[in-house]
Design a binder for this molecule. Structure first.
Ligand SMILES: NC(=O)c1ccc[n+]([C@@H]2O[C@H](COP(=O)([O-])OP(=O)(O)OC[C@H]3O[C@@H](n4cnc5c(N)ncnc54)[C@H](O)[C@@H]3O)[C@@H](O)[C@H]2O)c1
Ligand SMILES: O=C(O)C[C@H](O)C(=O)O
Ligand SMILES: [Mg+2]
Length: 601
């Protein structure tokens, strides 16, 4: 550590210091792991190999990497991965610069590699995959040092930070320091979808230990090998980190903006930290707030897909499986949206509550539950009420679905296959003309059901969305069962960009709501009636631009917008809708080489 401090490297490398022997062993074990995956793997070795190749390109040539991810028509010209192999074998960096068009790829093809689901596999294997550092590591061992070590980061400007403590990575549990992979993957979307400048994004891992016994015993694990800090000690570390990054990158004079997104924290901390920081710092929690917005857009899409007016949303009966950060975030937002439609008063808020049934690991949640989580408490059903519905505390998901006959079954449980054949059969009793199934857990194997399973049990008259990408289903009668990807990726890049460009000091509920409404309105009536309620990922840059514009507009209306660079608050207020979109568009980074040498013809 003394050597790292002399070289100003604190925080730029994972906390564990390894000998060269250990480094070689780590490399060899990682090499072998590919074989193991190939032999017995449910994991996809091909996806992991593609990630490695892309990652090397990311390290070597950022412009080319993002150009590859962002453009939209490789599919037609280059339907396979030949270009990646070519990049890999090309020895001359300069040669790449002269052949940009060859390297154009499409985001729909590569998002599943750099983001969900492959990013999950990457996190699970990150200690082995680690080659070059990317991002910063603030560990429990750095307490008292954070204010100075934050200056070790080489960039003077940082627009966007994605930070995780690795405690709940997708549906994969505690992956400790290896969770930094998700911060890197999310920031790839900030660049590719929102046009954030890759030089000004910072992935961060707060390493407060891990409770994953396998990692605690793994000699090649790169993080702190101690149990997680808890309570006040934990909060102190996160406080120190927040203070350090906001001290180095305040936004007033130098117009440098930073904006952290909290990602994949255990729910017990997610809500506490959100309440602690959201009114002081410009931050948001993607799993709580981003997911909620995407789910609201999906739920409103499901109402439209039944040919009903949006005002019918408060009549929907919704069963939610999973009451963690994502589930509770969705429940709160859906309840508020219903209440707003019903008159926005206390009575409306109270009556909206009765549209939800929450099933967690212990079954149906009621007021009879011992040690009830305070965040889930508002959604615990009254015993008398559910008695009349033939239900009880702890009733199984299947029973709940059978008795409630819901319009929507939404999963954020991280339990793959939870929507079993029996549960889907029970949904046949739904009183809806077109029930909706949202199997939102990630990665792929954690999805509550696949689209094939849903369409095969329930037939074609359903709406289906999943968190990870699946292919549409050929229903065999000339019809296609559409599989939507309901993932917070449709919102977080736009929320980040919109906040940055508005110059708002906080991210208000109104700004989040505007983002969700923008996504909900994005699909045309015709698309929605076909069951297409979310855009395809190939349109992510366009939807992100619109979401960002909606966030800027709302910040202006709420008088929160303080402006960005030459666009001060007064100028911002003069812009109409179209001009706001142009302003957003003009501030999106594109992967082009800057001209360094000008030559007269
Ligand atoms: N699609 C998206 O955009 C999106 C966004 C955020 C989270 N997610 C996914 O949602 C999942 C949950 O995330 P989280 O942060 O809320 O996790 P979490 O650990 O905070 O919560 C998980 C919840 O699921 C419940 N659960 C466990 N077993 C269950 C069972 N058998 N039946 C019903 N409920 C059960 C738990 O009791 C808990 O309430 C993860 O897989 C994550 O990838 C998806
Ligand atoms: O990372 C994703 O794909 C979505 C979400 O943030 C999750 O935690 O699953
Ligand atoms: Mg997440």
């Amino acid at each position: 550590m003394t050597e790292r401090d002399r070289l100003d490297l604190r925080g730029l490398l994972p906390p564990t210091v390894m000998s060269s022997e250990q480094q070689i062993e780590r490399f060899m074990v990682d090499l072998k792991r590919l074989e193991v995956h190939a032999r017995d793997g449910p994991s996809d070795p091909n996806a992991l190999a593609m990630w490695r190749i892309l990652n090397r390109l990311h390290d070597r040539n950022e412009t080319m990497y993002y150009k590859g991810l962002m453009s939209s028509d490789l599919g037609r010209h280059m339907p396979d991965v030949r270009w990646l192999k070519w990049v890999w074998t090309c020895p001359h960096h300069k040669a790449i610069r002269h052949m940009p068009d060859v390297l154009i790829a499409k985001i729909a093809e590569y998002a599943p590699i750099v983001y969900t689901p492959t990013v999950g596999l990457v996190c699970q294997n990150y200690s082995g995959l680690f080659r070059r550092p990317r991002g910063m590591y603030f560990s429990a061992a750095d307490r008292g040092e954070m204010m100075s070590m934050v200056y070790n980061w080489p960039a003077d400007q940082v627009d966007m930070i994605v930070v995780t403590d690795g405690s709940r990575i997708l549906g994969l549990g505690d992956l400790g320091i290896q969770g930094i992979g998700i911060a890197i993957g999310k920031l790839d979307l900030y660049v590719a979808a929102a046009g954030m400048n890759p030089q000004r994004v910072l992935p961060v891992m707060i390493d407060v230990g891990t409770n994953n016994e396998r990692l605690l015993k793994d000699p090649l694990y790169l993080g702190l090998q101690e149990h997680r800090l808890d309570g006040e000690e934990y909060v102190e570390v996160v406080d120190e980190f927040m203070e350090a990054v906001f001290t180095r990158w305040p936004n007033v004079i130098v117009q440098v903006l930073d904006l952290p997104q909290f990602e994949d924290f255990q729910s017990k901390w997610a809500f506490k930290l959100l309440q602690r920081y959201r009114n002081i710092y410009r931050m948001f929690n993607d799993d709580v707030q981003g997911t909620a917005g995407v789910a609201i857009a999906g739920l409103l899409g499901a109402v439209r897909a039944q040919g009903k007016p949006l005002i019918d949303f408060p009549k929907m009966k919704i069963v939610v499986a999973g009451a963690g950060s994502a589930g509770i975030g969705v429940l709160n937002a859906a309840r508020k949206t219903m209440a707003r439609m019903l008159g926005n008063n206390e009575y409306a808020f109270e009556s909206a509550r009765s549209q939800f049934w929450v099933v967690d690991a212990k079954g149906l949640l009621t007021e009879e539950r011992d040690n009830i989580d305070p965040d889930a408490l508002p959604f615990a059903r009254k015993v008398k009420e559910i008695g009349r519905q033939g239900l009880r505390e702890g009733a199984s998901l299947e029973e709940v679905v059978r008795q409630v006959k819901p319009d929507v079954l939404l999963g954020l449980s991280a339990v793959g296959g939870l929507f079993s054949k029996e549960v889907l059969e029970a949904l046949k009793c739904s009183t809806s003309t077109r029930p909706a199934i949202f199997a939102m857990s990630n990665p792929t194997k954690n999805a509550e059901c696949t689209p094939e399973e849903a369409f095969s049990v329930l037939g074609e008259n359903i709406i289906f969305a999943s968190g990870s990408p699946f292919k549409d289903v050929d229903l065999g009668n000339g019809h296609i069962g559409h599989c939507n990807q309901g993932n917070n990726m449709y919102l977080f890049p736009g929320i980040g960009l919109g906040t940055l460009l508005s110059g708002s000091r906080i991210i208000s509920d109104g700004m989040l709501q505007a983002a969700a409404e923008c996504l909900a309105e994005y699909m045309t009536e015709e698309e929605v009636l076909k069951g297409i309620i979310f855009p395809p990922i190939s349109r992510i840059r366009d939807i992100t631009k619109k979401v960002a514009a909606a966030v800027v507009k709302e910040a202006i209306e709420e008088d929160l917008a303080e402006g960005y660079r030459e666009m001060d608050a007064r100028e911002l207020r003069k812009l109409n809708q179209e001009e706001i979109e142009t302003y957003v568009q003009n501030n999106m980074w594109s992967p082009e080489y800057p001209t360094l040498v000008y030559k007269k013809d």
